[in-house]
Design a protein around this ligand. Structure first.
Ligand code: AVJ
Length: 323
């Protein structure tokens, strides 16, 4: 395992998915922080679904619209008898847009960490698309994994929607693109959804909605620590904050301590000053050019890009021409 692909965040001394270790480590740093991947327990995943339906949260609906409108182009660049490999498939909602239009697709390989959920989703997809070979791989998609033997000879298309790439630090995004290139191989196409830099107010409202769903999503991290690690966070003692950092070109989410307070997690005391924050997420934004340059620097050649009329979101088709 290479350190550069250790995960979405800066490497920590913790073993894979050791929630307690990550929490105690993150809350001991001068700038307290928690890895954003821990947002997605059952409650958090439900809240994220709600976020995708908010009027202010434009990415999901814009990307789905784009997938629909570029379907013909996409089918052409995917070609016949290809295999689509999705990195972090979840419920494959967006993939269905691709699968429905790419009738000539031979196989679909959803890659996801949750083996049980993956099998359930695969069973549903087999019913919906009886001619498609659905071949799930239970793995951490940021780590090396083997493609199923059955797809070795097929043309490969990687799929990474949702601007999930925005949760990586730029150097981690580059490492991830290289890693995907190694797995997909020479000649492969990679379809990547990327959120774009835009008006600061529009960006900030997407992460600070009027109904307070994103605030609940952020605060659920503390609730999860209380539930799973026996923490005693007072959720009323913290507030949600999201802002666009124009220097780093990213949305930052934080939890702000409303007062001086002491919290206990697994017998350890953690002190907060008034106004001190826990940094919980970065969501990097790109221009068409800055993402193209990142891809080029990571062994991929930009082949096509689609954006909506307001240039809110982009879908990039990259080709692997490296040896
Ligand atoms: C999961 C990366 C698409 O960064 O926009 C939404 C997560 N966080 N609202 C994003 C998120 C707060 C989301 N992605």
């Amino acid at each position: 395992m290479t350190m550069e692909l250790a995960g979405l965040e800066t490497p920590t001394p913790c073993a894979d998915d050791d929630f307690l270790c990550e929490v105690l480590h993150g809350l001991s740093l001068p700038q307290k922080s928690l890895p954003s991947r821990f947002f997605y327990d059952a409650v958090g995943s439900g809240l994220f679904e709600q976020i995708t339906e908010l009027p202010e949260y434009y990415p999901t609906r814009t990307e789905i619209g784009l997938l629909r409108s570029c379907a013909t182009d996409l089918r052409r660049s995917i070609g016949a008898s290809a295999v689509v490999v999705e990195f972090g498939s979840g419920s494959s909602t967006k993939t269905r847009k691709v699968l429905s239009t790419a009738a000539s697709l031979a196989a679909y390989v959803p890659v996801d960490i949750s083996a049980q959920f993956l099998q359930q989703q695969a069973a549903e997809l087999r019913c919906e698309y009886p001619k498609l070979a659905v071949l799930p791989v239970a793995a951490d998609f940021t780590r090396p994994f083997e493609l199923p033997d059955a797809v070795r000879i097929m043309p490969r298309v990687g799929f990474f929607p949702g601007s999930t790439i925005g949760n990586f630090e730029p150097h981690e995004a580059a490492a991830f693109l290289r890693h995907a290139g190694r797995i997909l191989g020479r000649g492969a196409t990679f379809i990547v959804g990327v959120d774009l830099i835009k008006d600061t107010q529009v960006l900030q409202k997407a992460y600070c909605d009027s109904q307070g769903v994103t605030a609940k999503f952020n605060l659920n991290l503390l609730a999860r620590i209380n539930r799973e690690l026996g923490g005693d966070f007072d959720l009323d003692g913290f507030s949600h904050k999201a802002f666009y950092n124009s220097v780093r070109q990213r949305i930052e989410m934080h939890l702000v301590s409303k007062r001086r307070q002491k919290v206990r997690v697994a017998g350890r005391a953690i002190e907060f000053r008034t106004g001190e924050t826990i940094h919980t997420e970065n969501s990097y934004k790109y221009t068409l050019e800055s993402f193209g340059a990142l891809a080029r620097g990571s062994g991929w050649t930009p082949a096509a890009v689609w954006t909506d009329a307001d240039a809110n979101f982009s879908i990039h088709a990259l080709v692997n021409e490296s040896a």
